[in-house]
Design a protein around this ligand. Structure first.
Ligand SMILES: Nc1nc2c(ncn2[C@@H]2O[C@H](COP(=O)(O)OP(=O)(O)OP(=O)(O)O)[C@@H](O)[C@H]2O)c(=O)[nH]1
Ligand SMILES: [Mg+2]
Length: 501
């Protein structure tokens, strides 16, 4: 029988204590951060997350991250993807996106339609914080969530009754440029008695018509204010009855009692209860289950496409941005703070696709986006949320240079044009924007024109000095190489560097 001496018992006790102390230190060393990326559809969210992950996991193999201190100062060790936090949320498909970008010929990733997640573990050497006395290697776990900005457009609905929402939506539908397209739908509603008993079939049919209208507003007219946002980007709710309702005009003119006492099986009763259910089960639920866990938010905005589409498209982007920003309006008077208690401490606005213009126009892009968010940004600074705006290209698709035109030196960009794909035109799904049906084309050199540094006035729209061309990603990249970019290192610096000291 082994004899256990007193000193051995003492040593085991000490080992146990040491192990516990190490565990405690490790727990406080390992940091965590939750980044949320949003923006209206086609604003560049998938390209952004793909590039951010790609820059970190392929660090040192290609594009430089000179403005990201952990790399610049040599404290960055490595990053890798690890299993995501919530198994019930779809995975962000990094592999599909990077395969498309590095294919021969390269293509942009497919449009996405809902929420997805990805988790990264970043190893680094702590240098400046107290951690350096405890360990020579620490881990920062980063959860990245991609979700449609359209979902944030629904926030204002939380404070509106069905009647108020119907009235406001009806106003939009009867103003240009929506009016022309809404006429038939509104004429059909005008023939329906809202108090008559209605069927599920009628509700479903009219909701489909309303959804088709919303798709026309977004994808044909290039408009941004789409409500309810889930109707065009339903995620896992596609086909669910909770998405079967629509605004009913003229309710404000009804006798209040008559409206309040409308039977549950009348059209108006059914619409009202679906609307209430939507607010609770879809809008509020998203904020509770996801939004409240975000530490840092990236809002991406493509200002160049609406500039190209024209005055109405740009004005609508302006309105949509102010609606999106209500979610970050933390002031005591803000609806959001009254409903929830968010904890976001940094907010980054990215003016995307900056590689469509030459570098000297990037300050104008930043200034334009700042004007779009002006009032809210003011408020946010005041509320001590750190805010930054950057002109970025997640995946740089052009090179820039100078050319002589009529004796004058002009800055130009060069890249491979995306041309419309003539095959497979039978797919008429409205959510597939024209860009996703475009393929790699010839190399072109263009002077893209000038981006206004202020919200454009009438005379800008008369001359239309900006000419946006869609470019294909550049060729001959490998999956394990970092993607060419514009200012992704500054993005990383703002979002992550303070957690890696
Ligand atoms: N030149 C250039 N084009 C870009 C860049 N990022 C995005 N794009 C273009 O914008 C399109 C949309 O980008 P995505 O990243 O799919 O945008 P998204 O916000 O994820 O779009 P949805 O999934 O439809 O909501 C791409 O297909 C490209 O044509 C960029 O950095 N440079
Ligand atoms: Mg996407």
């Amino acid at each position: 029988m082994a004899i256990i001496s007193k000193s051995m018992i003492k040593k085991r006790g000490l080992d146990k204590l040491k192990h516990k102390a190490n565990e405690l230190v490790k727990r406080s060393i390992d940091q965590h951060i939750s980044l949320a990326v949003t923006g209206l559809s086609r604003s560049g969210k998938t390209a952004f997350i793909t590039s951010l992950v790609n820059q970190l996991i392929n660090e040192g193999n290609g594009a430089k991250l000179s403005f990201f201190d952990p790399v610049y100062q040599g404290n960055f060790i490595a990053a890798k993807r690890i299993p995501q936090k919530h198994f019930h949320v779809p995975r962000f498909d990094y592999d599909a996106a990077i395969s498309a970008l590095t294919a021969e010929p390269p293509a942009w990733p497919e449009p996405t339609h809902g929420i997805s997640e990805l988790r990264l573990a970043i190893r680094y050497k702590p240098k400046n914080s107290l951690l350096k006395y405890a360990t020579d290697m620490a881990t920062l776990t980063v959860d990245i969530t991609d979700y449609p900005g359209e979902w944030l457009l629904d926030l204002p609905m939380l404070k509106q009754t069905y009647q108020e929402w119907s009235e406001q939506t009806h106003q939009l539908m009867t103003s240009s440029p929506r009016a022309k397209h809404s006429k038939d739908f509104l004429a059909r509603l005008a023939e329906i008695d809202p108090f008559a008993c209605a069927s599920e079939e009628l509700l479903a049919e009219l909701s489909q018509e309303y959804t088709a209208l919303l798709n026309t507003f977004r994808y044909d007219l290039g408009l941004s204010v789409i409500q309810p946002g889930r109707f065009i980007l339903p995620g896992d709710l596609a086909g669910a009855p909770i998405l079967e309702f629509f605004p009913f005009p003229g309710l404000e003119r009804l006798d209040g009692n008559q409206y309040q006492n409308a039977p549950d099986d009348s059209l108006i009763g059914m619409l009202r209860s679906r609307y209430l259910e939507y607010k609770e089960q879809v809008v509020r639920k998203f904020y509770r289950e996801h939004f409240l866990s975000f530490d840092r938010q990236i809002v991406l905005a493509d200002c160049l496409t609406p500039l190209n589409k024209g005055k109405e498209s740009f004005a609508d982007l302006e309105l949509a941005m102010s609606m999106v920003l209500e979610s970050y309006h933390y002031g005591k008077s803000g609806l959001f703070s009254r409903l929830f208690s968010p904890k976001i401490d940094k907010l980054l606005f990215g003016a995307t696709k900056a590689d469509h213009v030459t570098a000297e126009q990037h300050p104008a892009m930043v200034s334009l986006l700042n004007q779009l968010i002006h009032q809210n940004k003011h408020q946010l600074n005041y509320e001590a949320v750190e805010v930054k705006t950057l002109a970025i290209a997640s995946v740089k698709a052009t090179t820039s240079g100078m050319t002589k035109h009529k004796g004058v030196e002009l800055p130009v960009i060069q890249g491979n044009k995306l041309v419309p794909c003539t095959e497979n035109n039978s797919d008429d799904s409205a959510s597939e924007s024209f860009e996703s049906k475009q393929i790699f084309g010839e190399k072109i050199t263009v002077f893209p024109g000038t981006v206004p540094n202020k919200l454009p006035k009438e005379d800008y729209w008369q001359t239309k000095p900006f000419n946006f061309i869609s470019f294909a990603p550049i060729t001959e990249l490998s999956k394990h190489q970092s993607l060419p970019h514009v200012r992704m290192d500054q993005v990383l610096q703002f979002l992550l560097a303070d957690k890696m000291i």
